[in-house]
Write a protein that binds this ligand. Sequence first.
Ligand code: ATP
Ligand code: MG
Length: 256
Amino acid sequence: MFIFALANQKGGVGKTTTAVTLASGFAQAGLKTLLVDLDPQGHVAFSFGQEKTAGLYRWLVMEEPIKDVVQTVRPNLDILPSDKNTEKVKRHITLMDFRESLLKDHFKRLKYDVVFLDLAPSLDVLHINGLITSDWVIIPTRLDAMAVDGVKEILLTMGEIGQKGHQFTGYSILPTFFDRTTRETITQFQEIVQTFGERVLPPIPQDTRVREAPAFGQTLWEYTPNSPAITGYQNGKSKAGGYQQICERLMEVVYG
Ligand SMILES: Nc1ncnc2c1ncn2[C@@H]1O[C@H](COP(=O)(O)OP(=O)(O)OP(=O)(O)O)[C@@H](O)[C@H]1O
Ligand SMILES: [Mg+2]
């Protein structure tokens, strides 16, 4: 089982969109996939047109079996939803002795090929639990003046977790809201690449269709498969970026 976390303490950078799109992409490719919502906002369930539930709370705190708390939303794709009860999970973890490994320990019993953890934009015990559980961290970032700083923050946190003995297989930085026509995007993209080099994935174009899809309970593959966010942008004769290409790149991470 390979576990990805989507993390950035900054809000609204595309974590949930990326988690939903990649998880549904991997499921379509035939991998048994679980998407876990670690954010009390509960946007994962909403993205699939489902009710928010206390799935995460019931699994981690009430110790209910995973099969009773997940929702199967597509072939090969289960989601473990969150709602405001996820706040109680944090309180529960804070009162525990082995507080940092609650989530990780629960995963030992599961049988999925790949898991995506959608983290909240916060730095609390559940965020740390999410990072400690993951093999590979995907850091979505907008291309604004604070982008490099936001990425450095999360790498700092990962470094601290590494010192506690957790081994990450690796991480990737995913530029989002890429707009080829604005100078700031281009400048910030260049700066990100200069700073983080090979770790930077091809960017996801800004695309209004992305914003519309959740209201229809559809993934981007279903709602708008030919839009730039999926197919990428034209780069000379070839296309670059887009969730299709990101799926392919991360598939290589899973299969080596
Ligand atoms: N490439 C894109 N182009 C245009 N809009 C996008 C794109 N990616 C995401 N969005 C929209 O931006 C908003 C924020 O995205 P999303 O919810 O994925 O971010 P997030 O990092 O999970 O936010 P939070 O920190 O609140 O959890 C959503 O309305 C989403 O539909
Ligand atoms: Mg989110």
